[in-house]
Every structure is written in structure tokens, then in C-alpha cells.
Design a protein around this ligand. Structure first.
Ligand SMILES: [Zn+2]
Ligand SMILES: [Zn+2]
Length: 232
């Protein structure tokens, strides 16, 4: 059995509600092996409490990567790109630098990272993870996926960027885009690629404000909340 545990579900916003107090951080667990996806500044649990077998970091923004500002000592391997490794003030002692497209195996998980468009200074990746016969993609912050066709093909679970429902958070500098895609845009991608389970973490201001209304209008889409567990 594979299980998703959403430890934190908010983006980098000041506001918080009882359901969204901690930065987005998710455990995916299979055969009692745990991967922790992102570990930002605002966390309910320490790494000793979460006991992950590995940590996978999407990018070096403070809501995803604690080592940006804090020296956390741990033996747990922390997988991250060279850009993220080079960016932070501190570095995980057991850092493993990975490249987009490289295949990795940790216990029952087969996974790789892929490029997303999100930030100019802190290039980001998403993760494609296979376990228990299911395929998950996790991209908590993105404007777009660079190789969308190959990444979103044959995916069962999409875990996306909940920063905004309809508000435009895409910014542009010259030819370069950065920021966050709307939830509605990402739902359209999922429909196009036939992804049946759609969920969002990293909720932003508009999403938190309109959470109930959104849930009524989209009963087939899940907005995660802190502490939510899902057997898949
Ligand atoms: Zn973020
Ligand atoms: Zn970010």
C-alpha cells in the first residue's frame, strides 16, 4: 500500500488558517519506506520525528528548503539539484546532487526529477515517482513543465501548485516567465493527459480564501490540508 501524508500545505504567504499553517511538505510512503518531498522553514515536525529514508527538494525557496537559512544536521540523504545545493547558506551533510532525467531507486520507489519553469534565481524541479503500480507527479511550484508530454504521460496522481485558483501569478522578465500557474490551468493539463486523481498543495491567499467554494464546484479535485492522509 502507498500512502500520501500532507504534513504542511501552504505556500510562501503570511496568512495561515488552522488547515494551512505549515509550508508544503509531503511524505509518500510505501512498504514503510518514506520519501519526504520538500522541507521548508515552517514545519510541524523535526526530521527525527518524520524519520524519512530520503528527502527530495524541489528548489531553494525558503518554504521548501530549510538549509537556505538553518544548519540542520542529519544523516538522511537529501536529493537536490546542483543549483539548489549551491544556493543555500547551509548544506545538508548527506547531500546527493541529481540531474533531471536520471532514474533513481530508493526501496520500492523509482523516481526522477524534471525541469519546471518557476523561478529565475532558484531553478525548480518536479518529481515523478512510481510505487505500488501507481505513478505520481509532484510539482508544488511551477508556471509550466518543460517537457510536459513525457512528464504527464501515464500519470495516476497529479499533486500541483495551489497558489491561485484564477488569479494571475505568472510574471515575465524579457522572454522568461516565472511565478505560479493557476489551479484551473493545471486541471486542464490533467484532463488533456487523462490524469484521474488531481490534488493541490502549496495553497496561496486566493485558494485559502475560496477553499470551500472551490470544493463545492470541483468535487473531483482535492485541496490538501495539513495532516491529510490518503491511501492510494
Ligand atoms: Zn513555494
Ligand atoms: Zn518557489
Amino acid at each position: 500500500m502507498t500512502k500520501l501524508i500532507f504534513l504542511g500545505t501552504k505556500g510562501e504567504i503570511e496568512e495561515f488558517t488552522e488547515r494551512h499553517q505549515y509550508h508544503s511538505s509531503t511524505v509518500i510512503m510505501s512498504d514503510s519506506v518514506r520519501l519526504l518531498l520538500d522541507y521548508g522553514m515552517l514545519q510541524r515536525y523535526s526530521l527525527e520525528e518524520i524519520k524519512p529514508d530520503a528527502v527530495l527538494i524541489t528548489h531553494a525557496h525558503p518554504d521548501h528548503y530549510s538549509w537556505l537559512k538553518k544548519d540542520i544536521q542529519t544523516d538522511v540523504p537529501v536529493y537536490l539539484t546542483k543549483e539548489t545545493f549551491d544556493y543555500g547558506k547551509f548544506r545538508p551533510p548527506n547531500a546527493k546532487v541529481v540531474l533531471p532525467g536520471q532514474q533513481h531507486q530508493i526501496g520500492p520507489f523509482q523516481w526522477s526529477c524534471y525541469r519546471v519553469i518557476h523561478s529565475i534565481r532558484c531553478p525548480a524541479v518536479g518529481f515523478k515517482i512510481r510505487a505500488g503500480g501507481k505513478t505520481f507527479v509532484y510539482n508544488s511550484d511551477l508556471v509550466d513543465i518543460v517537457e510536459k508530454d513525457s512528464v504527464l504521460k501515464d500519470v495516476d496522481y497529479y499533486i500541483g501548485d495551489g497558489s491561485s485558483i484564477r488569479a494571475n501569478l505568472v510574471r515575465r522578465r524579457g522572454d522568461t516567465f516565472f511565478g505560479h500557474a493557476r489551479i484551473t490551468t493545471q486541471i486542464n493539463w490533467c484532463r488533456k493527459y487523462g490524469i484521474s486523481h488531481i490534488m493541490f498543495t502549496h495553497l496561496g491567499k486566493e485558494t485559502v480564501r475560496e477553499e470551500q467554494k472551490f470544493a463545492q464546484e470541483h468535487s473531483d479535485v482535492v485541496l490538501a490540508y495539513d495532516g491529510m492522509e490518503l491511501k492510494v
